[in-house]
Design a binder for this molecule. Structure first.
Ligand SMILES: [Zn+2]
Length: 96
C-alpha cells in the first residue's frame, strides 16, 4: 500500500516558501525539522492513496481556508521553536 499524508507535502511546500521570512534565532536543519513536525502535529492529516487524491487536496487547499491555517500553524510552531530550541544555541550565532 502506498498512502501519503498530503498535508505533509503541503506543509513542506509552505515551509519552503516562507522559511526565509520566519523569525527564528537559529535556522538550521534541526530547527526546520522541529517547526515541520510541530506544524504537522497541529494540523489534521489528509491521507491520499494516489496522485488524484493529492491533486484534489491541493486544489482544495488553494480554494479554502486551509492555506491560511497551514501558515498560521507554521508561525505558531516557529514561536515554539524560537522560545525553546531543541539544541543549544551558540552565543556567536544569536545575532543576525
Ligand atoms: Zn537550530
Amino acid at each position: 500500500m502506498n498512502v501519503k499524508n498530503a498535508m505533509e507535502i503541503l506543509v513542506d511546500e509552505a515551509l519552503r516558501n516562507y522559511w526565509g521570512q520566519l523569525q527564528l534565532p537559529c535556522k538550521c536543519e534541526i530547527c526546520k525539522a522541529d517547526v515541520f513536525a510541530i506544524t504537522l502535529n497541529n494540523l489534521p492529516p489528509r491521507y491520499v492513496s494516489n496522485e488524484d487524491g493529492y491533486a484534489y487536496v491541493k486544489a482544495q487547499n488553494f480554494d479554502d481556508q486551509s492555506r491560511v491555517n497551514i501558515l498560521n500553524q507554521i508561525v505558531k510552531a516557529t514561536g515554539i521553536v524560537a522560545t525553546r530550541p531543541s539544541h543549544d544555541l551558540k552565543p556567536s550565532s544569536s545575532q543576525e
